[in-house]
Write a protein that binds this ligand. Sequence first.
Ligand code: GRG
Length: 295
Amino acid sequence: MHPDLAFPVWTGERQRRAEDFLERVLPGADTRPARLHEAMRYAVLGGGKRVRPLLAYAAGEFADADPVHVDAPAAAVELIHAYSLVHDDLPCMDNDTLRRGKPTCHVAYGEATALLAGDALQSLAFGLLGESSMRASGAACAMLAVAAGAPGMAGGQAIDLASSGAALSLPELQTMHRMKTGALIRAAVQLGAACGRPLTLAESAALDVYAGAAGLAFQVVDDVLDVEGTAAALGKTAGKDAAQQKPTYVSLLGLAQAKRHAEALRGEACAALAPFRGTARRLVELADWIVLRSH
Ligand code: GRG
């Protein structure tokens, strides 16, 4: 894709690319068991910002990867993300009824089907990555497993569920979010980059700093938007953190300081990539977008 493309044009093109690929790899809604497949498609298609695939494509560009090779890992990370949202919305977890501007998966299909749809999306993600054209696809699967599992997202979610009404310190909050949200964002960046040429040590280290800071920034902004956003703009219930007495960056730091923290993280992410100006362009633009977004 032409390097001079304006960021919104590049983003739109990559979002469509990710959507088309997901469309193709998801089981058809008329294939049996049709209700499960319908629920999987409902949870994945036609919504969401596709932040993780965008990060994977941008990290792929950093490593001179052909986007064709990034399609499968980008989709695998998004499938894990979609599964996590379906399970997070279930009555036994966050018990939410609105996601991506429509009824949550269990409201539309029932709890049992939603649970299975999440399970099947996770399996599909690993199947896709395992049979992808990536070199060392086994290592890529292992990387995604760590990011999605107990050391990462699932573990972070467990800490989150146990923290309602608790007073976490800032380092404890950061650990939780590095696991719950950050690990998958980091995996998106690492997997995208792994589709290209081998990186130098300096490039790998810079990318890791970028991914860590961008992942935390994403969560800080999520906390701010939960306070300042509306359900119409966010496509999900707003104000839930305070209602559930969840420790957040806003509850710990206050709104103004949380915003400054997000800005500092954006600075950290972009500074790490400053030596690689040209090839890191999309990653830097994405860090800006993550922090300046309104939904
Ligand atoms: C159920 C194992 C398990 C984990 C759930 C992701 C998650 C862990 C919970 C979702 C709750 C939440 C608000 C997390 C904070 C950040 C986050 C993941 C927000 C949603 O991601 P976006 O904004 O959503 O990328 P879209 O819809 O744009 O894809």
